[in-house]
Design a protein around this ligand. Structure first.
Ligand code: GLN
Length: 300
């Protein structure tokens, strides 16, 4: 027997209630976004066209997605994308989902980024930082490095998509353990990396910065679904800040700058690491919640 067609607002309500029962954060938002994803609708539909019919196929698809979201699969893994800096980035389980906090990092870099500069993004993941910087600047060239080949596949996909809009964008994505990916450190045994030039004006990184023991306390969406290599910053969470800051100088032009995203309680430690590595005029910038989020400094 044919099932009776359901209205948009009833389908949404059932989805929302299921997410609420599963203690999903922002249950109503996610229920709405998933329904919009399935039906190809927008925010206005729920408000203005709540009586619109939802087909059985749409209902089935929606129910399946709500079931996954109730099991704490991140929303972005279901829709396959995340907005960042006004751009759409493709994401999957191989990359950290771009966070709004990271926009503070990009905006801070933008203040120092001039036409024609060369940018290095360490631990590039989805490529969201590097590609936003390139999208919003002129004649800059960028290199994104990541240890994960699978993450780089996502970054390259994002590059290809964004380049359709701005064909002049210029990025290379290299696999390797931080600076190992760069010129002179190639893994192919030639002593030469595949990076076309050696030095950069801007180095930026949102590295893994969670203390290993803290990972268990993260929300299930993050703990069980996002790549642990994108989260784990070692016993004190600072491993990558040390490794990047201590080696950065060799790859920065005179007057070059290093920008880090940090966890909100890491500003003092990262400032000290950067100072000891030879960075000067170190600044800490807060995010929209008033928490320390970015540390940057000038190469001596
Ligand atoms: N740079 C990427 C981002 O900010 C990935 C960061 C990471 O994997 N730690 O989203």
């Amino acid at each position: 027997m044919e099932r009776a067609a359901q209205t948009y607002k009833d389908v949404y309500k059932a989805g929302k209630e299921k997410l609420e029962r599963a203690a999903v954060d922002e249950a109503s938002l996610d229920a709405r976004l998933l329904l919009e994803f399935v039906c190809g609708t927008d925010r206005n539909t729920l408000l203005a066209h709540g009586d619109r019919e939802v087909s059985t196929e749409e209902c089935d698809r929606y129910r399946k997605l709500i079931g996954q979201r109730a099991a704490h699969v991140p929303l972005q893994h279901l829709t396959g994308e995340q907005e960042f800096m006004g751009l759409t980035f493709l994401v999957n389980k191989d990359v950290l989902v771009p966070r709004q906090d990271t926009e503070v990092l990009v905006e801070e870099v933008m203040k120092s980024l001039h036409d024609g500069m060369r940018i290095l993004d360490m631990c590039t993941g989805s490529g969201c930082i590097l590609l936003s910087l390139l999208h919003y600047s002129n004649d800059c060239a960028g290199v994104g490095v990541d240890l994960s080949e699978k993450a780089l596949a996502v970054a390259r996909g994002n590059y290809e998509r964004l380049r359709r809009e701005r064909p002049e964008m210029n990025a290379v994505f290299l696999e390797g353990d931080l600076f190992e990916a760069l010129a002179g450190n190639g893994k192919d045994g030639s002593g030469k990396g595949t990076c076309p030039e050696e030095k950069f004006d801007i180095m930026v990184s949102n590295p893994p910065y969670i203390e290993t023991d803290e990972i268990l306390n993260l929300m299930p969406e993050v703990r069980e679904h996002e790549p642990v290599t994108a989260l784990d910053g070692g016993a004190d969470g600072l491993t990558f800040y040390r490794r990047i800051a201590q080696n950065a100088g060799a790859y920065l032009n005179g007057g070059g700058m290093l920008f880090f995203e940090i966890g909100c309680d890491q500003a003092d430690s990262v400032r000290e690491i950067m100072e000891q590595a030879g960075f000067r005029e170190i600044q800490v910038v807060k995010d929209f919640a008033g928490l320390d989020r970015v540390v940057y400094g000038n190469w001596r």
